[in-house]
Design a binder for this molecule. Structure first.
Ligand SMILES: Cc1ncc(C[n+]2csc(CCOP(=O)(O)OP(=O)(O)O)c2C)c(N)n1
Ligand SMILES: [Mg+2]
Length: 617
């Protein structure tokens, strides 16, 4: 049996019949499709979606934002589901490139379907076509190649028969997943083909719990048994694999402390006895001291970004070794580790059986408990700072954390918040802490929050966003209202880029371009720009209020939570009141020559600090 359909109609039908399965649970893999239409997709994909509502269509305000929404949806679903995104050609398409990079860096499945220029070519250059004099086989969509895990261009409708299964293979592969881009020339979208009926049959893609090599597993157990002060670094892979329970058991049985990366935070609840908190540049003192001294790092589902490895200075024990449990071979081999290439949960369970009876020393357990207690005191101190308005960011974090229920989720991505949140946030459940800190993309926050809410409408979603990020991408508030997905947005207004301002000064500079102030002579040191965020958010349709004091903020959050529609609480925070760093360092290169003394001094310190950077062999 054949079905005569356009290429776009075939995509829409195929996608709604793809399912994922793991641990006996089955999900429709592509839950819906976001899209902004233009001449490059309205008559193809638009026609198909209008005719066949089996794949639910969502309208958003910006193409970059919809990819963030899809990525956050996938992350909240532990990669068992995602959303697709359709765009027109040219700017609509390239607007998604940043979103694609976010998804790929964070190893999150998103399906991108940018429209493309005419395959037929005779009418070129079409509106929004960037011509190339050296080849006609190129368009702006080639820009997606380095940010996609699979990229293809459908020049004939029958190519879908071989392309779409590849799309699904990559999207559902725990090791390979990321952004997948299918470029769809606008004429080919509308071309018909007799597709075989079987192509549209329901297909279930099992997301495997891959087992690692058994000889390496045995060797890993020997290394653990021989270790004096091992340390587990829990990354995003622990969450993606839903391995929190297995990790808790493993840590309890062995006494091995667990520290967390940004993506891995929440793998264990903050009050678990083996949980020593954030590690790396934005880490806690206990975790960073343990990292410095450990003789065995067990990295689980981590890509060892520079924030985790403190730019390769975190692990200073001369004899330190690494065991990496990672479903992606690429990550498993990092730091010359003993690679356990496999699923985090399955591997932890198998490893646990081989280390029965092993425990870190009593002294080590006592030390861990002491670090934990000291850190909780420090968090209380920072939460408890009582500054006259504008209040401190640390206080705001404490208040928002206190206003939330264990099953709620806090979302953030860029600015000075992620570092402070990594340290201070008390996460109670896996998925409660949602940071996009692989690409740290300003603008992810609200769009991402929408994706979290769409994945689990029952939970309250809190978006913490700086004024800089808000001004880059706030428009998805409108989408949240349109769809009835309520967000609780907390906007911290410190009149500029406090994070980068601080960084600039720590590099011996003066923070040029990091204040939102009027230009006066050659500098931005005039009055603060009068941006009224309350009116701005209200104009988009949100419930809004301003909070100045701690008491204001507590009641504003309570009031906002009660609102049926998206709420925005605007709180002015102090630009220079910062949470300190603890026992760590980040490599940001400083000018080697300068006419300025502070830069020279910063470079001198920098040259010294860099000596601690290690390569592991
Ligand atoms: C899209 C994008 N552009 C630039 C940056 C670099 N950057 C990181 S934080 C930041 C400033 C963020 O400002 P805001 O949201 O107000 O947070 P604050 O630093 O004040 O906490 C900038 C420009 C980025 N992360 N993402
Ligand atoms: Mg700011």
């Amino acid at each position: 049996m054949k079905r005569r359909m356009t290429m776009a109609q075939a995509i829409v039908t195929y996608l709604q019949n793809q399912y994922s399965a793991r641990d006996g649970k089955e999900h429709r893999f592509i839950e819906g499709i976001f899209g902004i239409f233009g001449h490059g997709n309205v008559a193809g994909m638009g026609q198909a979606l209008e005719q066949d509502t089996g794949l639910k269509y969502y309208l958003c305000r910006n193409e970059q934002a919809m990819v963030h929404t899809a990525a956050a949806f996938a992350k909240t679903s532990f990669r068992m589901r995602t959303l697709a995104c359709t765009t027109s050609i040219g700017p609509g398409a390239t607007n998604m490139v940043t979103g694609a990079a976010v998804a790929t860096v964070n190893r999150l499945p998103v399906l991108l379907l940018p429209g493309d220029i005419f395959a037929r070519r005779n009418v070129a250059p079409v509106l929004q076509q960037l011509e190339s004099a050296s080849s006609q086989d190129i368009s702006v969509n080639d820009c997606f190649k380095p940010v996609s895990k699979y990229w293809d261009r459908i020049q004939r409708p029958e190519q879908l028969l071989t392309a779409l299964p590849e799309v699904m293979r990559v999207l559902t592969s725990p090791a390979e997943t990321g952004a997948v881009t299918l470029s769809l020339p606008q004429d080919v979208q509308t071309e018909a083909f007799d597709y075989p009926e079987e192509f549209f049959a329901k297909r279930i893609w099992t997301i495997p719990r891959t087992r690692c090599d058994q000889a390496l597993l045995k060797k890993a157990a020997e290394w653990i048994r021989a270790a004096k002060n091992p340390l587990i670094v829990a990354g995003g892979g622990v969450l993606y694999s839903e391995a929190s329970g297995a990790l808790a058991k493993f840590a309890e049985a062995t006494g091995i402390p667990v520290c967390e990366t940004q993506a891995g935070k929440g793998a264990l609840p903050f009050d678990h006895p083996q949980e020593v908190g954030a590690v790396g540049v934005t880490g806690t003192p206990g975790a960073n001291i343990l990292a410095r001294e450990t003789d065995l790092v067990i990295g689980i589902g981590t890509r060892y970004s520079d924030f985790t490895s403190a730019s390769k200075t975190a692990f200073q024990n001369t004899g330190v070794r690494f065991i990496n449990i990672n479903v992606a071979e690429f990550d498993a081999y990092k730091h010359s580790a003993l690679p356990l290439t496999g699923d985090a949960r399955a591997t932890l369970e198998e490893l646990q059986n081989l280390v029965t009876g092993y425990s870190v020393s009593e002294g080590h357990r006592t030390q861990i408990a002491k670090f934990r207690a000291e850190w909780e005191k420090e968090v209380d101190r920072i939460h408890g700072v009582r500054k006259e308005p504008p209040i401190s960011q640390g206080e705001v974090i404490g208040i928002v954390n206190g206003a939330m229920q264990p099953e709620d989720t806090m979302v953030c991505a860029a600015g000075s918040l992620p570092g402070d949140l990594h340290k201070l946030w008390r996460t109670k459940k896996p998925g409660g802490y949602h940071l996009e800190y692989g690409y740290s993309c300003m603008g992810y926050e609200i769009a991402g929050g929408l994706g979290v809410k769409m994945a689990d409408p029952k939970r309250e979603v809190y978006v913490m966003v700086g004024d800089g990020s808000y001004l880059m991408m706030a428009q998805e508030i409108v989408t949240s209202l349109q769809e009835g997905y309520k967000l609780n947005i907390v906007l911290l207004d410190n009149h500029g880029f406090s994070s980068i301002g601080g960084l600039s000064r720590s590099c011996g500079n003066e923070g040029m371009g990091t204040n939102y102030r009027y230009r006066r002579d050659s500098k931005y040191d005039g009055e603060i720009l009068p941006v009224d965020f309350v009116s701005n958010a209200a104009s988009l349709g949100a419930w809004t209020t301003r909070a100045k004091t701690r008491e204001d903020l507590v009641s504003a959050l309570a009031e906002g939570r009660k609102q049926p529609r998206t709420s925005v609480v605007v709180v002015e925070t102090a630009y220079d009141e910062r949470v300190p760093g603890y026992e760590s360092w980040w490599d940001v290169a400083i000018a080697e020559v300068s006419e300025r003394e502070p830069v020279k001094a910063a470079r001198k310190k920098y040259d010294e600090a860099r000596k601690k950077e290690r390569i592991f062999f």
